[in-house]
Design a protein around this ligand. Sequence first.
Ligand code: ADE
Length: 246
Amino acid sequence: APRTAIVSALHDELASVLALMPDEHRQTVAGREFWVGHLHGQDVVAVLSGIGKVAAATTATLLIQRFGVDRMVFTGVAGGLGAGVNVGDVVLARQFLQHDMDASPLFPRHEVPGYGRARFGADAALTDALELACDRMLRTLPQQLGAETVAVFGLHTPRLHQGLLISGDRFVATTLESQTLQRDLPEALAVEMEGAAFAQVCHDFGVPLAVVRTISDRADDAAHVDFPRFLREVASRYSGALMDTL
Ligand code: ADE
């Protein structure tokens, strides 16, 4: 049976997964807490990666080399960039790019030196499996959250988007920076700080990866207010519901 890693950057993003792991055994390696156990009967290692691309790369490597995982799912929140990618929507990554990678003029903008490319792919089969879970979760979420939370966050008809997810070591919190990203990378659906780093490490080791992100903010001048509020009130309930089809 495959061993699956379930990863988030922050505790609120992973809380509902940990609540569903009855027999988890906690281990600390390199300052990270790894919970080894079962979820819906499956062999699982849950871990908090920490924030940013370096923390992500270290975590991904440990999961593969120390914990022997066969596949990885990253779940968390992201800032919406694409038109119509709104708070409460879900973005399923099909491709990843590091928006702060720039070795120009030696290499084209965003290309990762040594790889001959800027974009890395998500695993199609694992992502397809998550897509089913996302559809079901989005249908049942309003009941799970309750009418008040739905109204406060405007989560009446959350949508699923699939495509390019971009990552960099910046919390994008100004409308100006968000517009610059949208201009340079018009296909980008959302921005976060870990996914593309996981994708590069998983590519190196040949380990399948899927990333699902709920939109917590629009990566604009209000992001610093929207992000923590969403994390606290909503994000903590999404992840557990997503993992039951793996
Ligand atoms: N994760 C959630 N919101 C984000 C933002 N605005 N920038 C970077 N990462 C994020």
